[in-house]
Design a protein around this ligand. Structure first.
Ligand code: HEC
Length: 478
């Protein structure tokens, strides 16, 4: 398998000490050589104009930039059709320090509930009950526990869950996430030892807030597993709930499916029966949910960014990656994932430190990508390959608000739908990220409003050592 080998030119621009250099090289996601964010998409180019546009609330310029970042980050190298961010380290790697794997010999006969998944991480950052939504329960399939015993981890309180892999994280449901970091963000975390609680404790005592490098880019991306043969159903968001809906609004409840038939047995545009959601339980975990079965229109794979998983990819995944993908495919399609099956992009968050208040944008796939406010100001990007226009985009930049005026809703229905109510906002939540965790929770009682226009200077955040909008730091520090 290809191991990452950093070329001299990349190393010289990294300016690392010997010690941290070896840390970075050995913790890379080894899919191929690191590919930086490409030229030609305006990334980090005219940040003064971007700051001005943000200060003025100029949606056109902001959204054109946001669309370009999305199209740019999905480009691939000549050698591979993976998007370039797959060569970036993920948050699990960035915070790795020790091996916390656990064998489960004594537990093979009982169902195990997943615990520290991305879903639970997010939930643990909320302390007020109203914001908490009751999501379905996904038990780890027995065959996954048996086949990938080394992929079972325990969390801080000893519950077992699927470990995060070197490529994929465990979301705790069907979606297959990564949280990738640009090398500058990775280096900052490793060099400043932000992956250690002791560093954060010391910084808290001194009142030194985290300040990430200017070229930091952090993402959260979601794949959906698609079988090469037969029909795979994918739920699509149709504004199913009003903004004031406070209960669980995840994809399991959307009731609109589209179908993919990569083997061509069903024609694009035809209506077929499609099913998904197998062996998933209710919130209490004691009752199976119904399999969702509806009529669905067949769409083409080409309308998605997708990757056909090769034998080489499979060999390169670690056990946790395989356990995550297998679980996802069993729950989505009632079939295991095999070489030759596809991963299709359904949603992605992209945050960049081009501005000190960060740029935040998020996209999700839509079967009506040219309708509504999330389709506006798509620029012309002839150099961009792939169906980036088949997605809708929300931008959440620090645009001005009048005193007391609230932020607009800023959510990705796939990603936030499974963790919190519809009316939340990236910025409001991410600005709260900080240390110690006992003070920094999403629903901090001192600033309870999930749509308030909070900034790092907001009085209710003054006692918290903010971690520069990054939740992965307080969540994952060891
Ligand atoms: C209610 C809180 C909340 C909201 C709203 C929210 N996030 Fe996050 N986000 C989190 C948490 C918690 C994590 C860390 C998960 C982990 O530890 O891996 C996270 C992780 C991320 C990451 C990975 C790096 C990081 O910052 O930690 C990105 C990028 C991201 N979110 C972007 C967004 C965007 C864009 C939106 C809005 C469309 C959004 N988030 C909305 C809580 C939130």
């Amino acid at each position: 398998m290809k191991k990452i080998i950093l070329t001299v030119s990349i190393l010289s621009t990294m300016m690392l000490s010997n010690q941290s250099m070896s840390e970075v090289t050995k913790t890379y996601a080894p899919h191929s050589t690191y590919i930086p964010f490409p030229e030609g998409y305006g990334y980090n180019k005219n940040t003064e104009a971007l700051q001005k546009a943000t200060d003025k609330g100029d949606k056109k310029l902001i959204r054109e930039h946001a669309w370009s970042l999305w199209a740019g980050i999905m480009q691939s190298s000549e050698k591979s059709d993976w998007p370039l961010w797959i060569t970036w380290p993920n948050s699990h790697t960035a915070f790795s320090n020790s091996n916390d794997k656990l064998t489960v010999q004594n537990n093979k006969t009982r169902k195990l509930k997943q615990s520290t998944s991305l879903k639970t991480f997010s939930r643990d950052n909320m302390s007020i009950v109203e914001i908490f939504t009751k999501s379905p329960t996904y038990y780890i399939p027995l065959q996954v526990i048996q086949k990938y015993p080394n992929a079972i981890c325990s969390d801080e309180v000893g519950s077992l869950n699927i470990c995060d892999g070197k490529t994929f994280l465990n979301n705790g449901d069907i979606m297959i996430p990564t949280e990738s970091l640009s090398i500058e963000a990775m280096n900052d975390i490793r060099q400043k030892k932000l992956y250690l609680k002791s560093t954060l404790n010391a910084a808290y005592k001194k009142g030194e807030r985290v300040n990430m490098a200017k070229k930091s880019i952090v993402t959260k991306h979601m794949y959906w597993p698609v079988k090469a043969n037969g029909i795979t159903a994918i739920p699509v968001w149709k504004n199913n709930y009003p903004d004031d809906y406070t209960n669980y609004a995840g994809y399991e409840k959307w009731n609109t499916l589209i179908a993919l038939s990569p083997d061509g047995m069903q024609k694009v545009g035809d209506t077929v029966s499609a099913k998904f959601l197998y062996d998933v339980n209710n919130y209490a975990g004691d009752k199976a949910l119904d399999i969702i079965s509806t009529k669905a229109v067949v769409h083409s794979l080409e309308e998605f960014y997708y990757h056909k998983v090769t034998q080489e990819d499979w060999n390169n995944f670690d056990e946790a990656d395989k356990a995550i993908i297998t679980t996802s495919s069993l729950r989505a399609n009632n079939k295991i994932f095999e070489v030759g099956d596809y991963l299709v992009s359904v949603a992605m968050h992209i945050n960049t430190k081009e501005l000190s208040s960060w740029t935040m944008q998020s996209v999700w796939w839509s079967d009506t990508p040219n309708e509504g406010p999330y389709a506006t100001y798509r620029p012309d990007l002839p150099q961009a390959s792939g169906p980036w226009k088949h997605y809708l985009l929300t931008d959440v930049y620090a645009t001005p608000k009048n005193a007391g005026e609230k932020l607009d809703k800023g959510v990705n229905p796939y990603i936030e739908g499974v963790i919190h109510p519809i009316s939340t906002n990236c910025r409001n939540c991410h600005v709260r990220a900080g240390w110690p965790r006992s003070l920094a929770s999403y629903q901090n009682p001192a600033c309870p409003d999930s749509l308030a226009n909070l900034t790092p200077n907001s009085a209710c955040l003054s006692s918290i050592n903010l971690t520069d909008y990054l939740w992965i730091i307080p969540d994952r520090a060891r």
